[in-house]
Each structure stands twice: as C-alpha cells, then as structure tokens.
Design a binder for this molecule. Structure first.
Ligand code: ZN
Length: 127
C-alpha cells in the first residue's frame, strides 16, 4: 500500500454502503477499493484493477462493476446491473423498442446455444 488517494464519498457498487474510492499502488500496478468506516473500524471492498474500475466509475449510475476476464459469471452480473438500471430509469419508447429487439435476438441465440450444449452433454453421457 505505497500510495493512496481519497475521493468524494460514493455508494459502494459491491455492498451499497457509503465509502471512499481508494487507489492502492502495489508494485507498478494500481488497484481500486472502496473504503468503509464503521464504528472506528475500516473495511475494504475490492473493485478491481484500475484499468477496469476507471470505466466502472463512469458507470456507477448503472451499477456496473466491470469484471476481469477470469470472471465467468460477469455476463450475468452485467445483465443484472442493466435490468436493475432499467427498472430505475424509464426509457423512451424508441429505445425500449430497439432494446427489446436486441434482447429477443440475444435470447433466441442463447436458448439455441444452451439447447445444443444440453444435447452434447446427453450424447457424452451416452443417454
Ligand atoms: Zn462496499
């Protein structure tokens, strides 16, 4: 923890509590945390390497936490954040229509992909 900077108070995208963005420099890499103070105790929520969290900060309103490449469940987390954002922020009818078309296309593709995966799994099990 060689270097740290304190920002304005924000709502933590991980736990929802108020805290401060803190950048910690470890070696030549920078990592972003939200620092919380409660009853004199300090706790940290890790947001990720600075490259991701810089973008994340610009998407805090949408509740998006960009995740590293190793995180297999990030598509679900992104979609959950988007759903939550859409529930809180109504869209224009044109954007709603456009988004609906894209999501229907995506849903069809995913269903097909999942179905093929199931068929393959059953074939491998010899059923
Ligand atoms: Zn937190």
């Amino acid at each position: 923890m060689a270097k740290s900077k304190r920002s304005a108070k924000i709502k933590c995208p991980r736990c929802g509590l108020l805290g401060w963005i803190q950048v910690k420099k470890i070696g030549n890499k920078e990592y972003v945390y939200v620092v919380h103070y409660e009853k004199g105790k300090r706790s940290y929520c890790y947001l990720g390497p600075k490259a991701y969290t810089y973008v994340t900060r610009t998407h805090l309103k949408e509740g998006l936490i960009l995740r590293g490449l190793a995180d297999n469940e990030r598509a679900i987390a992104y979609l959950d954040a988007l759903i939550s954002y859409l529930e809180r922020n109504p869209l224009s009818p044109e954007i709603a229509e456009s988004l609906t078309n894209k999501l229907e296309l995506l849903a069809r593709g995913l269903r097909e992909y999942a179905r093929r995966g199931e068929t393959k799994k059953r074939a491998n099990q010899g059923a």
